[in-house]
Design a protein around this ligand. Structure first.
Ligand SMILES: [Ca+2]
Length: 408
């Protein structure tokens, strides 16, 4: 029996809705519908797709409808020219449609029914955006991946882990729910896989849930790479040729961390076939940087204390390399990169950046650069900017921290 979920009544209790509740006879959980696709607005109208996504249409073929009369037919493509995977999302708050589903403490899980009308498995990742910045460049917390089996319905239950999600955004104000596909091997919608979505809803908790803040750093630590959660805030922003990858590693045969047991390892795969001067970036997210002690430095302290940003770095497999520490403000295009001495092969080098002091500028815009209060009080991302080379080589980083010294 199929049930129609009227979108105007967002909180329902439906005994026949199969999804998170395994047995029909049990008391059904209370739910809050995100989208059931019965109406154009708000379901299809608020659904946003990434650039080069493919196509979304309303389906009325009953075989592919889970509840009511309609579902959403989603056809992701593989856009070669764009680095993001095909993604769609639903904002969890809308003034126009007067809904607010952004307090995740009210929910235990997110459920949906998905039909994979193809002869192959399709993985899909579900999670939350930590920020809706632009249409294309969304920031996200790592989601959970589900495999959609061929030619059948998959009932998905994504459990909402508040401890984890609270590291990325305020869980009482989650901006949006996303669904992400891998890039498909199809570049024309007429060949794209067909996947049907229906009955996307939150399961309500009987009371607002509590959570534990798991994000904690040592005093003056920027990143020592010892804590598991730190990897979630690192990413690579590759130039078009995509030469960088990273992991957090324990000591290797010939490299030992300078602090604790773990360090950052960046691999530059080379060779550069393009012969263009490409720079890629290892990025520490703004969300992360705002939770370090760097974000707690006040103007008074900057005037009376010498604050130093320190880290240890090594390259292996290349004679020397220019690796540029770059500070950003909240406006991510606003960057200051410092041309520190080149990093030499095979030995740890301690790098120091004194806030407020002049350094050679890595960009030709002006000869010198200063990391001043504008960059400390309006803290944004921190990057290691790394040029693409003909060689394959490795970079190791450890013990990024602040030191407070007497005198200016
Ligand atoms: Ca370490």
């Amino acid at each position: 029996m199929k049930k129609f979920l009227p979108f105007l009544i967002s909180v329902l209790s439906i005994s026949t809705l199969i999804g998170c509740s395994k047995k029909k006879e049990e008391v059904a959980p209370k739910i809050e519908v995100v989208a059931d696709f019965e109406n154009w607005a708000p379901d299809f109208q608020t659904m946003k797709i990434s650039y080069g996504f493919g196509k979304v249409t309303r389906n009325e073929e009953q075989k592919f409808v889970h509840g009511g009369k309609y579902s959403a037919l989603v056809q992701p493509l593989g856009d070669k020219t764009y680095r993001f995977k095909p993604t769609f999302y639903f904002p969890l708050r809308s003034a126009t449609f007067e809904f607010n589903k952004s307090n995740l403490r009210k929910y235990t899980s997110l459920c949906c029914s998905v039909y994979n009308d193809n002869n192959f498995e399709i993985p899909i990742t579900i999670g939350f955006l930590s920020e809706i910045s632009t249409y294309y460049n969304n920031r996200r917390a790592d989601g959970e991946t589900f495999n959609l089996k061929p030619n059948e319905w998959t009932e998905i239950e994504y459990k909402i882990d508040l401890d984890f999600l609270s590291m990325f955004f305020n869980v009482e104000e989650a901006p949006a729910l996303y669904f992400e596909f891998e890039k498909q091997e199809f570049y024309d919608v007429s060949f794209a896989p067909k996947i049907y979505f229906d009955d996307i809803y939150f399961v309500l908790s009987s009371e607002e849930r509590t959570f534990v803040e798991t994000f904690s750093l040592k005093e003056n630590e920027i990143c020592d790479f010892e804590e598991d959660f730190q990897k979630y805030f690192l990413s690579v922003k590759n130039a078009l040729s995509g030469h960088l990858s990273f992991d957090i590693t324990e000591k290797t045969d010939d490299v030992t961390p300078t602090s604790g047991n773990k360090m950052l390892h960046i691999h530059s795969k080379g060779p550069n076939k393009t012969k263009w001067n490409y720079w890629s970036h290892l990025v520490f997210s703004q969300t992360y940087m705002k939770q370090t002690d760097m974000a707690k430095i006040s103007i008074e302290e900057l005037e009376h204390q010498k604050w130093v940003f320190c880290y240890d770095i090594m390259v292996k497999g290349i004679d020397e390399e220019q690796i540029v520490p770059s500070f950003y403000t909240k406006v991510s295009s606003n960057e200051r990169g410092i041309a520190l001495p080149r990093v030499q092969n095979g030995t740890w080098q301690k790098c120091e950046i004194v806030f407020g002091a002049e350094y050679p500028n890595a960009s030709p815009a002006s000869p010198t650069v200063v990391i001043d209060d504008a960059y400390i009080l309006r803290i944004g991302e921190f990057h290691f900017s790394i040029p693409e080379e003909l060689n394959e080589y490795d970079i190791y980083v450890d013990n990024i921290h602040l030191e407070k010294r007497e005198g200016i």
